[in-house]
Design a protein around this ligand. Structure first.
Ligand code: PRX
Length: 680
């Protein structure tokens, strides 16, 4: 967690409570904190009844027999099962049912390109494109249960092909566009994907960059791949490979009719790889019904946007407009741009570009132009935009905004305050009131929000994700797994039971799922995070307890970054730790040991950085490199990152008794002194 120096005046401001505009609660689904508390208690005492009620939002092909199979303990065979026996299709719920209910000509999704090209999809036109893509996939031999890897930038086709997969029951595995071709290969191999869908090029801040060409020499090694489908983004020529298919042309000649596959509640919907503590990314598996119900339920109650599920006196065309700025390559984009808003019948905005191009007020311009009512972004984006000053925001009419939100890391006081006052126009003073900032805490593994304030009703505390969502029972535990009773004390953060949106497995490695999440604290799902509770019951997330590093909200595993650095021919070994960064939250501080006889130099640092980005992707940059003779290790050879973190940030290094090589520490401290103050 980044710590900012605060004056006592700021400390006082920060520790106040902030209130949502009172008018928001009038029409809210949950109207008061008392109602929230009652509903939460019911959801914990009788989860079957609670989730059965929520599952009514879904149109089922066949009803389920049982809401939940409650396992008596989390042993090696633990598999969550929800809405057992039910049959459904997620895309039917996102698109077809709205057409059948008479809303076919209403807007479902608005895609906006960097250059202001706009594609406004109604439910009908969205269905047409999704069916064409689905038929194209079928023509290429894709069947229910097959895995399809999608490596695309934020073009509209990304939404179309993921929905096309879900329509025919293929399991999509989307890889973030900022990762490298090697990462794509690892993920394809891990889940034996039959197809890869990739863009010819990407557009980024006005420039075209290669995408398909990066695969040359790499994709040929993926034995499971039958076709490489190219989506035309710029129309540029790419190197040719005999498994290439012009997907854009293939789609164009398909029919707009394609039946939705009947899926079992527990059939996998998608795999999304995420970083863990080892070098091998985990394929997080989400299934059909539980993920859908949980995502819909969280979004409906937390944001209260008017949508087709429950119009509450609003005409379909006057629905609220939801804009989530995430990339679909991450879980936030999956759940918050596509599946939950579409299934609820909200209008969802998908933007291709970066927040700062073609100008620094791009987000706010889009909010004005599309009458955005609910705006959801990440603290790192807020910090980046905050730097440009208030004028860039004030130029735009943001009066339609009702709620703001954040996700991905702690929203610290400086950016929280700016978001509240400058973007939200919230008041300060003794009882500050304004547009709520929804602080949503969740993970790739959890499907949707776990700890979150209900926008319309929850009094906020800056930096706190407040209280649990329905059905979530958080626990703060010590090393032995006993509950930590004391307030304001750092503890391990866990939940005492499963919920419908919980991941079901790690693809191809069920024991890894059980061992990573369910074994550390018996009977609990462990998040990997530290948290604390304050005297008023507000929860604060205090950062990761493991080797995951969050850079600009992107989740990177230390071991993955290290293996990319280590693949440089002049590097013998490396160890990376997070280092506080004013915009990115954290950046990567790398300790690098060179091969014998190699001289350290600034040019070599640059070369290592370039190499790492090439191997792991442009999103992975070891921004600070310190050359060192060796790194501290335990007797079993494990890198002691705790000590490296302390040295990087010039903190007390604590106990070094368990080190196999304590002598290296002095040298590291000296080298760190020489590096001096790190400026960004
Ligand atoms: O450390 C927590 C942090 O992000 C981790 C999950 O990352 P990822 O799977 O990439 O999902 C991010 C988007 C859902 C968590 O273990 N995190 C996420 N949201 C918050 C947060 N930390 C503090 N506050 C949050 N609101």
């Amino acid at each position: 967690m980044v710590k900012f120096y605060m004056s006592s005046e700021q400390e006082k401001e920060k520790s106040k409570k902030y209130y949502p505009l009172p008018e928001l609660s009038e029409n809210a689904r949950v109207k008061s904190m008392d109602e929230y508390k009652k509903m939460w208690k019911k959801s914990i005492e009788d989860p079957d009844a609670f989730w059965a009620e929520e599952a009514k939002m879904v149109d089922w092909f066949e009803p389920y027999d049982k809401v939940w199979i409650q396992e008596s303990k989390y042993d090696d065979n633990f598999v969550g099962q929800w809405f057992v026996g039910g049959k459904l299709n997620v895309v039917y719920n996102c698109i077809d049912r709205w057409i059948e209910k008479g809303y076919g000509d209403e807007i479902a999704l608005i895609w906006i390109g960097e250059d202001d090209t706009e594609k406004k999809y109604t439910y009908k036109t969205l269905k047409d494109d999704v069916c064409k893509a689905a038929n194209a996939l079928k023509e290429l031999g894709v069947e229910k249960g097959d895995r399809v890897c999608i490596w695309l930038p934020m073009v509209a086709d990304l939404a179309i092909v993921m929905l096309a997969c879900a329509r025919i029951g293929a399991i999509h595995s989307i890889v973030f566009g900022g990762f490298s071709a090697e990462s794509v290969k690892d993920r394809i191999d891990d889940s034996d994907c039959k197809l890869l869908i990739v863009a010819d090029q990407t557009r980024r801040a006005g420039k075209a960059k290669p995408m398909k060409d990066n695969l040359e020499g790499i994709i040929e090694e993926c034995s499971s791949i039958e076709h490489v489908c190219i989506v035309k983004v710029t129309g540029a020529d790419t190197y040719s490979y005999d498994k290439d298919v012009d997907f854009t042309a293939l789609m164009d000649k398909q029919s707009t009719d394609c039946e939705c596959e009947v899926m079992d509640a527990e059939d996998p919907l998608f795999i999304l790889y995420t970083s863990g503590t080892t070098g091998k990314p985990k394929g997080v598996v989400h299934t059909t019904a539980g993920y859908l119900v949980y995502g819909m339920s969280t979004n409906k109650y937390v944001w209260d946007y008017s949508c087709l599920i429950d119009l509450k006196g609003v005409k379909p065309k006057d629905r609220d407009v939801w804009y989530c700025t995430a990339d679909i390559g991450w879980i936030t984009g999956h759940t918050q741009i596509i599946y939950s808003p579409l299934a609820l019948g909200a209008i969802s905005i998908m933007y291709e570009g970066v927040p700062t191009w073609p100008h620094k007020g791009r987000f706010w311009e889009l909010c004005q132009k599309y009458n955005v009512t609910h705006f959801y972004t990440a603290p790192t984006a807020i910090r980046a935009l905050m730097k440009f000053g208030d004028e860039e925001v004030k130029k735009w009419d943001l009066s339609k905004l009702k709620m703001l939100g954040t996700v991905g890391e702690v929203c610290n006081w400086p950016e929280w305050k700016w978001y509240w006052t400058v973007v939200g126009n919230g008041s300060t003073g003794e009882k500050p009131v304004g547009r709520p900032i929804v602080d949503s805490y969740w993970q790739t593994e959890t499907g949707s929000y776990m700890m979150v304030n209900f926008g319309a009703i929850t009094p906020m505390k800056p930096g706190s994700c407040t209280f649990p969502f329905f059905g979530v029972n958080p626990k703060l535990l010590d090393e032995e797994g006993d509950e930590v009773e004391k307030t304001n004390t750092q503890a391990y953060f866990a939940y005492d039971r499963p919920w419908p949106g919980l991941m079901r497995s790690v693809w191809g490695d069920h024991p890894r799922f059980v061992n990573t999440y369910l074994k550390k604290f018996d009977g609990h799902y462990f998040t990997g995070d530290y948290a604390m509770i304050d005297d008023e019951g507000y929860y604060f997330i205090l950062g990761r307890s493991d080797d995951v590093i969050k850079v600009s909200g992107h989740r990177l595993g230390s071991a993955e970054v290290e293996s990319a650095i280590n693949s440089h021919p002049k590097v013998a070994e490396s160890a990376v730790v997070p280092y506080p960064h004013p915009v990115k939250g954290s950046t990567i501080f790398a300790y690098v040991t060179l091969m014998t006889g190699v001289d350290p130099s600034d040019d070599l640092k640059k070369d290592i950085q370039k190499h790492t980005r090439k191997v792991a992707g442009p999103a992975v940059l070891p921004e600070i490199i310190m050359f060192t003779e060796a790194v501290p290790k335990t007797r079993s050879g494990k890198i002691m990152r705790r000590i490296l973190k302390a040295i990087a940030t010039k903190q007390d290094i604590g106990n070094t008794m368990t080190l196999a090589n304590p002598e290296v520490v002095e040298n590291l401290i000296e080298e760190r002194e020489k590096l001096g103050e790190i400026k960004f």
